[in-house]
Design a protein around this ligand. Structure first.
Ligand code: COA
Length: 166
């Protein structure tokens, strides 16, 4: 298995959307409406101006995961990055999430961000919670009942933070 992480190119979008759409529709990990349109997702994920950036992970030449990085807030909060991750479940558990996390930390630091913040890590998403903790993110707070899970009902959402000084 060969893994490659590189900047996304516009032509990558159809392959990205193929696994992003079911993740969004499942509504178990992302606080986005399950009927989010492709147009909205595309604008959010790959069309923001710099300093936003987006990477894809390829497994044996096939796009299997992606991360997008953007300022968490405008203006005086723009030195803190926010990032979103999605890995094709068909390629889950093979280290792509970890590799994308490490790449995002490195890219955001290189782009001059001071820290990275995750606003909404759903507490039932144990894989993600554990992964981000192992990459140096600290849970600052759990927002009680912050996420309406389609199966588990109201569950907490972790607010996570990590300085980017390497
Ligand atoms: C969260 C996500 C990015 C992880 O991607 P991945 O490629 O499966 O992650 P990895 O293979 O790197 O595994 C990450 C860790 O989770 C662990 N893990 C795997 N399955 C697990 C499970 N069912 N429960 C808990 N931990 C699990 C792995 O052992 C690994 O830890 P390690 O590196 O210490 O061994 C991916 O599942 C995903 O895209 N989910 C849907 C969208 C999402 O949740 N995005 C993040 C929102 S904060």
């Amino acid at each position: 298995m060969t893994m490659l992480i590189r900047d996304a190119e516009p032509g990558d979008w159809p392959a990205m959307w193929a696994f992003m759409k079911p993740i969004i529709e499942a509504a178990e990990t992302y606080p986005w409406p399950p009927d989010t349109t492709e147009e909205w997702a595309r604008a959010y994920w790959i069309e923001r101006p710099e300093p936003a950036s987006r990477l894809v992970a390829e497994i044996d030449g096939r796009i299997a995961g992606t991360v997008e990085i953007h300022p968490n807030l405008p203006g005086q909060g723009a030195h803190v990055a926010n990032a979103g991750f999605m890995v094709d479940p068909a390629f889950g558990g093979r280290g792509l999430g970890r590799a994308l996390g490490e790449a995002a930390i490195e890219r955001a630091a290189r782009d001059g961000f001071h820290a990275m913040q995750f606003n909404a890590v759903v507490e039932t998403n144990e894989r993600a919670v554990q992964l981000w903790h192992s990459l140096g993110f600290e849970t600052l707070a759990v927002i009680p009942d912050g996420f309406r899970h389609p199966v588990r009902g109201l569950v907490g959402m972790h607010l996570m933070y990590r300085l980017l000084k390497l």
